[in-house]
Ligand binder design. Structure first.
Ligand SMILES: Cc1cc2nc3c(=O)[nH]c(=O)nc-3n(C[C@H](O)[C@H](O)[C@H](O)COP(=O)(O)OP(=O)(O)OC[C@H]3O[C@@H](n4cnc5c(N)ncnc54)[C@H](O)[C@@H]3O)c2cc1C
Length: 369
């Protein structure tokens, strides 16, 4: 081990997830460009590197999103929106996609703006990132869990990129405070659930799918994220379709039953639950009832335990500077989900990793050269 260390600039990165690996590659690339060698990087993880990227985007890895405007992009972070303006102004989706292209990951934009690798494979993304990392010399990966700052006494620069699970003790050992972690982007449990399981609905607020006891899918994830700190129960009224559309359908088909007409606008199995007098002639249904069929009122009682995609909360952003360097502990940086930054579904969480890690890498390189 002694041989591996350089005389100066021994950098520890805790966590070999997307942010830790991207940070390591960015430091290595930058210092190679400068032909500088008096440094070492040790990446600690008790799991195989980039294991956490494998399930992303249903194994397709939703790398980022096509929204081009930084402020519009940042609106997709319930926590961290304003903090990210400065980070994104230095490293954004364009730079990220250029990087991925340079390592052989071509991408495409899906209709909804989400960006995926052409291979549609998170395994491929992992492989290309690790191949790139492997092309450098001054790093090593050590299979070890880091419990506190005392495990890192040999290092003069430390990056915590350990994600958001089980890291409270580690963060506190550096005297940082933590906004308590809460699950976000998860399915929801609905009170008195009586809806058709497995049926997908495209509502005006977003798509969702009925599960065994509630809802999942983009709309559910968004609600779970927005309510991560305010909690449940919470009642939501979902607009299933524009009332005007229903009126038009009735005008065009006055003799049809209300059930059949509503079934044209939402899945039939849901219409069968919502429409009271399914066989009644549509033109005879009261306006109040008609209006009620365009809405679905759900009383959400909790998040579904486990299975969360991301966790809200984390290292308090007031305690880091614009380079995500600690204001409390010397030569300590953070990147990725360990921070109190989380985004909606759509590639926003990984973009936080790519951009934040690059900014941290740049600052570390600046502190060396
Ligand atoms: C099922 C699923 C699908 C997702 N899909 C997408 C998607 O398509 N697009 C998107 O943008 N986001 C997605 N996300 C979110 C995204 O994967 C995370 O935000 C991202 O992985 C965070 O990266 P990170 O490197 O900060 O943390 P992590 O990925 O959590 O990595 C942290 C690493 O640190 C290690 N570690 C933890 N503690 C220690 C310790 N004490 N010592 C040493 N090592 C430690 C862990 O083993 C882990 O390898 C998804 C998440 C899930 C769960």
């Amino acid at each position: 081990m002694a041989q591996f260390f350089q005389t100066n600039n021994n950098i520890a990165i805790v966590g070999a997830g997307p942010s830790g690996i991207y940070c390591a590659i960015s430091i290595l690339a930058e210092l190679e460009k400068l032909n500088y060698n008096d440094f070492s990087i040790t990446i600690f993880d008790n799991k195989s590197p980039l294991t956490t990227i494998l399930p992303t985007g249903n194994k397709r890895c939703n790398i980022t999103n096509a929204i081009c405007d930084i402020k519009e992009f940042a609106k997709n972070y319930p926590r961290g929106e304003k903090f990210l303006y400065s980070i994104f102004s230095r490293y954004f989706t364009y730079e990220t996609l250029e990087f991925f292209k340079s390592i052989g990951v071509e991408t495409y934009i899906q209709e909804d703006g989400r960006i995926f690798p052409v291979s549609n494979s998170s395994y491929c993304v992992r492989e290309k990132l690790l191949k790139k990392l492997n092309s450098y010399k001054n790093y090593r990966i050590v299979n070890k869990k880091i419990n506190s700052k005392d495990d890192l006494l040999n290092f003069d620069k430390i990056v915590l990129a350990a994600g958001s699970r089980g890291v409270e003790g580690l963060i506190k050992s550096f005297n940082h405070s933590i906004i308590p972690y809460k699950n976000a982007l998860c399915a929801l449990v609905v009170d008195n659930f009586c809806y058709p399981r497995g049926v997908s609905v495209k509502s005006l607020q977003g798509d969702f799918i009925f599960t065994d006891n509630g809802i999942s899918g983009p709309l559910a994830f968004k609600i779970s994220s927005l309510r991560a700190f305010s909690g449940f129960p919470y009642t939501i009224e979902i607009d299933l379709f524009e009332y005007q559309k229903l009126k038009q359908e009735i005008e065009d088909n006055p003799k049809k039953s209300i059930g059949n007409i509503v079934s044209k606008l939402i899945p039939k199995s849901l219409a069968q639950v919502l429409v009271k007098d399914y066989a009644k002639k549509a033109s005879e249904v009261s306006k109040k009832d008609l209006m009620s069929y365009s809405k679905l009122k759900l009383r959400i009682i909790s998040q579904k335990p486990d299975g969360e995609i991301v966790r809200a909360g984390g290292v308090n952003l007031d305690e880091v500077d614009k380079n995500i360097k600690s204001k409390i502990y010397p030569n300590l940086w953070f990147c990725g989900e360990i921070l109190n930054i989380d985004g909606f579904c759509g590639g926003f969480n990984l973009q936080n990793c790519w951009s934040g890690s690059w900014v941290v890498a740049k600052d570390i390189v600046g502190s060396i050269i």
